[in-house]
Write a protein that binds this ligand. Sequence first.
Ligand SMILES: *Cc1c(COP(=O)(O)O)cnc(C)c1O
Length: 405
Amino acid sequence: MKDMKRFETAVIHEGYDSLQHQGSLIPPLFQTSTFTFPTAQAGAERFAGEADGYVYSRLGNPTVKILEERIALLEQGEAALAFASGMAAVSATLFHLTKSGDHIICSEGVYGCTFGFLKLLEEKHYITHDYIPMDSEENLRAAICDHTSCIYIETPINPTMALIDLEMVARVAKEFDIPVVVDNTFCSPYLQQPLTLGCDYVIHSATKYIGGHGDVIAGIVVGPKNELETISTTTLKDIGGVIAPFNAWLLLRGLKTLPIRVDRHCDNAIKIAEHLKNHPQVEKVYFPGDKDFPQYELALKQMRRPGGMIGFEVKGNLEDAQRFLNQCRLIKLAVSLGDAESLIQHPATMTHSVIPKAERLKMGIKDNLIRLSVGLEAWEDIWDDLKQALDHLTNSNEPNEQTLK
Ligand SMILES: *Cc1c(COP(=O)(O)O)cnc(C)c1O
């Protein structure tokens, strides 16, 4: 692998040489569906894979290529592939790693649509899966069977922020020669690099921190070069979830500020988590940067910083959670995360509503759990908004006191 510049430099420069592009400081946007061949023979050679050169943008595009090379380096992987969405990346990777009769081991709690896709694989393609608590080597070993063909994890787990020891999972998986796939969306490559801990594939919903501006849907897979080449020429090419060149260009633009944005997300989240913990209407806070977080040590070990995502339970039931959310003003009520704007949502009725209630509760997603993506605003303003919404809950939870005043 090539020597990489420091992360903060790599996000700006890696994978692109302006002198190869008429000095254009910014990577050009190749907004084209197809590429002309100088001769019939050259076209035939490109189709035969005997000559380099672009053919058609579903098979490859120069703007997309720059993005892929940059992200591969940031994750310290051999290669990367960009997709139309995080889910296109997840589904193509799982399709690639499994066949009928295979078995997938999953962390307990995955992104809602990943949950849906795993169900579809089971129902239509006889690829089974088990969600297991991956908190110990014993649990993981016990779940592995002779047709397990991949281990799929998210850490931190959305939205309870529970962590999985990536080094432990990678070590056990190696013994059985099972590839480990990590959805690294919540961390971005800046905070966590699963490949350096022995995992095999990293997936991102680039819609989130990598894009960072709430204006693009996209996905990325990073992994072994030969495997990604196969994905590129099969599941990506033939199912067709390719990224639009303009979206790749937007991601290149977003990436440049990834480290400074994520540092600010983390700074803000640390402040907000502290304040949430001390509010009487908050029952529990889930944040890897909290010293009382059960896996605080693991967070220190495998994450550069705690991230910008916080889960917390308000006092009360589902209706109280909804009343609290309806009271937020600055913080926008929306799913997604990693944007400049603080975003708040209700997992039980939104991102995780497809999961049957019993399973959802087993994952620790109670009706009063709120997920907050801490934005880049002044943390004091974010807190003021949360505080007035929480105080509103206090007032409406104690109607007698209110009327007496
Ligand atoms: C958003 C998200 C996805 C899906 O990504 P899209 O870009 O919306 O398709 C997958 N995993 C996680 C953890 C996510 O947050």
